[in-house]
Write a protein that binds this ligand. Structure first.
Ligand code: SF4
Length: 198
């Protein structure tokens, strides 16, 4: 007999980020207030904010993925027999979040910036076309690709997929510049790479 699990979804905790639906639209849909709906779920009779569904091990992977992508832990997956979570995570309780160490951020670009051996990017906006173009130059400084898109997310995900950056610092830099470019384009502001937005 197949092992059983219980998906437990807390509608009150859900903030409507809809990441669960983004990866598994077959399991989740959007309610009129943007919160997630557990497809084929039943409302708990003793706690109306909870919706549950009994699943078997064939469905476990997809529900676990939904639970793990949820930023507010609105979804849990429990062992049917023991009622214990099978997610293997240890989320910090809200009341304990003020007790973790704080690292004061600082950055000295002259000392800390390191060139990515993979190359570099230039970023420009083309407001009349609502287009952002990132030019990728290899380590020999030759232009290899132009990546164009209408928003930062699709461009930086393309850059990552094509493996055009090789350091965390460079990936963060490119993401930051692309987001600045997108904001400038949408708000009709001038964009100059490496300068702050006006
Ligand atoms: S990912 Fe979590 S917070 Fe976002 S819609 Fe799904 S359940 Fe709600």
């Amino acid at each position: 007999m197949k092992k059983k699990y219980v998906v437990s979804y807390n509608r009150e905790t859900c903030t409507g980020a809809l990441k669960c639906m983004g990866i598994h639209p077959e399991l989740w849909k959007k309610d009129s207030d943007n919160k997630a709906v557990l497809r084929n779920g039943a409302q708990s009779s003793h706690d109306p904010k909870l919706f549950t569904r009994v699943i078997d091990e064939n469905e476990l992977k997809s529900y676990k993925e939904s639970a793990l992508i949820c930023p507010v832990y609105a979804i849990d997956v429990l062992d049917f027999d023991t009622a214990k979570s099978v997610l293997n995570i240890n989320p910090t309780k809200e009341k304990d979040k003020d007790n973790v160490p704080v690292i004061r951020a600082h950055y000295d670009s002259r000392k800390e910036w390191q060139m990515d051996p993979k190359g570099f990017f230039t970023v420009k906006i083309f407001p009349e076309e609502q287009m952002i173009r990132a030019r990728y130059y290899g380590e020999d400084h030759a232009l290899k690709f132009v990546i164009e898109g209408s928003n930062s997310e699709e461009i930086y995900n393309t850059i990552m997929r094509e493996k055009l950056v090789s350091t965390f610092q460079h990936a963060a830099y490119v993401g930051n510049e692309l987001m600045k470019a997108e904001i400038a384009m949408k708000k009709n502001l001038p964009y100059v790479q490496d300068d702050p937005l006006p």
